[in-house]
Design a binder for this molecule. Structure first.
Ligand SMILES: Cc1cc2nc3c(=O)[nH]c(=O)nc-3n(C[C@H](O)[C@H](O)[C@H](O)COP(=O)(O)OP(=O)(O)OC[C@H]3O[C@@H](n4cnc5c(N)ncnc54)[C@H](O)[C@@H]3O)c2cc1C
Length: 632
C-alpha cells in the first residue's frame, strides 16, 4: 500500500481517543502515519478545569503530556502547532508553521464559552474554557479575596468578596460547588470570617441544572443551599462591570467576580476551515461524521454539529466527543481497507455525574442508578480513572490517584484528607533501621553454625516434608483438612526454632495460626512438594531476608523492601511459623513505605535517578514543542 496519512487536529477528548485507537489498529502497518496536531504539547483534562480554578489540584494536574500518552506508538507523529486551515485541493492541513499532507483528516478542535455578546463579559467577566482561563480565575479570586479582607468600605468589601456564577449547566454547577469548597481555606489565609465570602448561582430558567433528572437536580440544589450558596432563578445577566452586574429586571448585583458559563459555541477558529457551519458555529456533519463539504474531512467532538437526533445537535460532552470519534475512526479504517465507511453515528449516553466540590456529587447511571454524596463522587473518580486505563496510560492513572487522593491540600478530597496527610519521613527512619536490623538479627543464626539454614538439614516445619509423615500421608491419601491439622501439630513445636529471636517471657508465646489454613496448606504443598525444593527455599528465603534487612538499613528500595517485609510476615504467620508478638513487623513495614529511604538513605539519590533514566528510556524527554523537526 502507498503511504497513507491520517491527520488529527486537536488533542482533546475526541482527538486523543481517535489517535489511540487508530495507532493500535495500524500498529503493524508501516505505511500508515497518524499525525496529531495540537496547539499545546499536552492534553487538557477539561472536565477538571474547575478543580484547578478553585485550587484543589496543582495547576499542571490536568495537563497530560502527549508524548507520555502516546509513548511507544511509533506510528504517531506529534506536532505542537496551531492548525489554520485545510487546503482540500492539495489535501494539506496548514498550520502556523507547516503543512501536513493527509488522506483523511479528523478535526476535533473543541468549543469555547459563548457570552452571546453580553456587554462587559469580555472585559470584566471570567470564563472556564481552557487551562489558561482556569489559572486566570484562580489568580483573580486570590487577589479579590485578599483585597476584600483589607477593604474598609462595606460596599466595596461586599463586591470584592462576592463570587457569582452565571449558568447552571455542568460547568457552572461544578464551578460554584468547587469554589464553595475552597471558601474556608481562602478565609483562613486572609484572616476572614468565612461567611463573608458569598457565592451566588444565577440561572435564566425557572429551574437549575436542567441537564439532570429533576430529582438529582433537586438534591444538588439542596446541597448548594445548605452550603450557603444563593441560587437565583429566572435571573438574566445583561451587563457586567468591574464591581457589579446588571440584571434583566433592572436591578444590579454587587460582585467583582462574574464567571460566565451560560453557553458554549464552536471555537472561533472553526470558521477558518472553509466548512459549512451550523448552530453556534459548529461544523455540520452527516451521520458518518464527515463534513458535508468533503467526505475525507471528518469533524468530531464539541466542534461538530450532527442534527440527526435533535435540532440542537448532540450534547457537547465527553461521551458525545468519544462516540463521534469512534464513528469517524471506524469509517476511516473501513475506507482504508477499501470498504464503504458508512457506519452511522450512534448516540449512547450512559449517564451523568456532577461534582459539587470535593466531597459531594450527584450521578445518574444509565437512568437506573441515582447516586448522591460519597458514592456519586466515588463513581466520578472511577470513571475518570477508567479513562486512563482505556487510553492505556498507567502513568497518568497513577498521577490521577496522586492528585485526587494522596496529595490534595486542606483535606479537600473524597476521604476528607485521611489519605493525604503529609508528614516528615524523618520520623520513620528509626523504624526503618530497626526493622532492617530485626531481619538481619533473625538471619544471624541462620547463616552459620550447626543450626545454619544453608546446611542440608530441613528447617521448614511442614508435615509432608518430614520423612515419616510424607509417606504416611500420601499412602493414606489423607485429605487437606486432616493433613492441615497434622501440619499444625508438626508446625507448632518446630516454629520455635524458626524465628531466632526468643519471646519466651512470662507465658508461652502464642502462634498467630496454630493450624495452617487449608488453602495455605494446599498452596504451600504445591510450591514446596519435596525436600529438595524445601532446601532451596529455605536458603533462598534466608538470602532474601538478609537483602531486605540490608536494604532497609541502607534506605535502598525502601518501598519494595517494606512491601516484601509485609508479604513475608504474612506468609510466615499463615505457615504456622510466627507468633503474635511478631505481628508488629507488618504495621512497621507499612509505615516505612512512606518514603523513609529518602531521609538518611540511598533512595534519596537512587529513586530520582531511576525515575529519570527509566522515564527517558520509556517516554523520551518531554518537550514544550513536538514535531519541530517536521519538514515545513
Ligand atoms: C469546566 C468544564 C467542565 C466540564 N465537565 C464535563 C463533565 O463533567 N462531563 C462531560 O461529559 N463533559 C464536561 N465538559 C465538556 C467536555 O469537556 C467537552 O465536551 C470535551 O472536552 C469535548 O472534547 P473535544 O475533543 O471536542 O474538545 P476539547 O477537549 O476541548 O479539545 C480540543 C483540542 O483542540 C485543540 N485546538 C483547538 N484549536 C486548535 C487549532 N486551531 N490547532 C490545533 N489545536 C487546536 C485544543 O488545544 C484542545 O486540545 C466540561 C467542560 C468544561 C469546560
Amino acid at each position: 500500500m502507498a503511504q497513507k496519512n491520517i491527520v488529527i487536529v486537536g488533542a482533546g477528548f475526541a482527538g486523543v481517543y481517535a489517535t489511540k485507537r487508530l495507532a493500535k489498529h495500524f500498529k503493524k502497518d508501516k505505511d500508515v502515519t497518524i499525525t496529531l496536531i495540537d496547539r499545546h504539547s499536552y492534553f487538557t483534562y477539561m472536565t477538571e478545569l474547575h478543580e484547578v480554578a478553585a485550587d484543589r489540584v496543582p495547576e499542571d494536574a490536568i495537563q497530560y503530556d502527549l508524548q507520555r500518552l502516546f509513548a511507544r506508538r511509533k506510528n504517531v507523529k506529534l506536532v505542537t502547532d496551531t492548525a489554520t486551515t485545510i487546503d482540500r485541493e492539495k489535501k494539506l492541513v496548514k498550520t502556523k508553521h507547516g503543512a501536513y499532507p493527509y488522506d483523511y483528516v479528523m478535526l476535533g478542535i473543541g468549543s469555547q464559552p459563548n457570552d452571546f455578546g453580553t456587554p462587559g463579559v469580555k472585559d470584566y467577566g471570567f470564563t472556564l474554557g481552557s487551562w489558561e482561563h482556569a489559572i486566570a480565575l484562580k489568580k483573580h479570586i486570590q487577589d479579590v479575596v485578599r483585597r476584600g479582607a483589607e477593604e474598609h468600605d462595606p460596599a466595596k468589601r461586599k463586591a470584592l468578596l462576592s463570587i457569582v456564577v452565571v449558568g447552571s449547566g455542568f460547568t457552572g454547577t461544578e464551578t460554584i460547588g468547587e469554589l464553595r469548597d475552597w471558601r474556608d481555606t481562602l478565609a483562613k489565609e486572609n484572616k476572614l470570617d468565612p461567611s463573608e465570602i458569598t457565592f451566588t448561582l444565577m440561572e435564566m430558567a425557572p429551574t437549575i441544572m436542567n441537564m439532570l433528572d429533576r430529582s438529582d437536580a433537586n438534591k444538588a440544589e439542596r446541597y448548594l443551599l445548605k452550603k450557603g450558596v444563593k441560587v437565583m432563578k429566572n435571573t438574566g445577566v445583561v451587563g457586567v462591570h468591574e464591581d457589579h452586574v446588571d440584571l434583566k429586571d433592572g436591578s444590579t448585583y454587587p460582585t467583582s467576580t462574574l464567571i460566565w458559563t451560560a453557553g458554549v459555541k464552536a471555537t472561533d477558529e472553526a470558521a477558518q476551515f472553509g466548512l459549512t457551519q451550523g448552530r453556534a458555529g459548529r461544523i455540520v456533519v452527516n451521520s458518518h461524521m464527515e463534513s458535508q463539504d468533503d467526505p475525507d474531512v471528518y469533524v468530531v467532538g464539541d466542534v461538530s454539529f450532527f442534527g440527526g437526533n435533535s435540532d440542537r445537535g448532540e450534547p457537547q460532552i465527553v461521551q458525545g466527543a468519544e462516540a463521534g470519534a469512534k464513528t469517524a475512526l471506524t469509517n476511516i479504517e473501513s475506507k482504508m481497507a477499501g470498504k464503504a465507511g458508512d457506519l452511522d453515528y450512534k448516540a449512547s449516553y450512559s449517564g451523568f455525574m456532577v461534582s459539587l466540590g470535593s466531597r459531594y456529587g450527584v450521578a445518574n447511571l444509565m437512568n437506573i442508578f441515582h447516586l448522591s454524596g460519597f458514592f456519586a463522587m466515588l463513581m466520578k473518580h472511577l470513571v475518570n480513572m477508567l479513562y486512563f486505563l482505556q487510553n492505556y496510560s498507567g502513568y497518568y492513572f497513577f498521577q490521577y490517584m496522586m492528585h485526587e487522593f494522596f496529595r490534595t491540600k486542606n483535606d479537600r478530597n473524597l476521604m476528607r484528607g485521611h489519605l493525604s496527610r503529609q508528614g516528615n519521613v524523618l520520623w520513620a527512619v528509626p523504624s526503618r533501621i530497626f526493622l532492617g536490623l530485626m531481619w538481619l538479627v533473625d538471619c544471624a543464626g541462620k547463616v552459620s553454625g550447626k543450626e545454619s539454614w544453608f546446611l542440608d538439614k530441613l528447617r521448614l516445619p511442614f508435615d509432608w516434608l518430614q520423612p515419616a509423615t510424607t509417606s504416611g500421608a500420601s499412602a493414606a491419601g489423607a485429605d487437606a483438612t486432616s493433613a492441615a491439622s497434622g501440619a499444625a501439630k508438626a508446625a507448632a513445636p518446630a516454629a520455635k526454632t524458626v524465628f531466632s529471636l526468643s519471646y519466651q517471657y512470662g507465658k508461652e508465646p502464642m502462634m498467630v495460626f496454630d493450624k495452617m489454613p487449608n488453602w495455605m496448606y494446599t498452596i504451600t504443598k504445591a510450591m514446596i512438594p519435596n525436600q529438595d525444593v524445601a532446601f532451596f527455599m529455605q536458603k533462598s528465603m534466608t538470602i532474601i531476608e538478609i537483602l531486605i534487612g540490608l536494604a532497609l538499613v541502607a534506605g535502598l528500595f525502601t518501598w519494595l523492601s517494606g512491601a516484601v517485609s509485609v508479604a513475608f510476615t504474612i506468609i510466615f504467620c499463615l505457615s504456622g511459623m510466627f507468633y503474635w508478638v511478631n505481628i508488629w513487623m507488618i504495621p512497621m513495614a507499612i509505615a516505612v513505605m512512606n518514603g523513609s529511604g529518602r531521609a538518611f538513605g540511598l533512595d534519596k539519590w537512587v529513586v530520582p535517578y531511576l525515575q529519570k533514566t527509566f522515564g527517558k528510556w520509556w517516554y523520551g524527554t518531554p518537550k514544550a514543542l513536538y514535531g519541530s523537526d517536521t519538514p515545513k
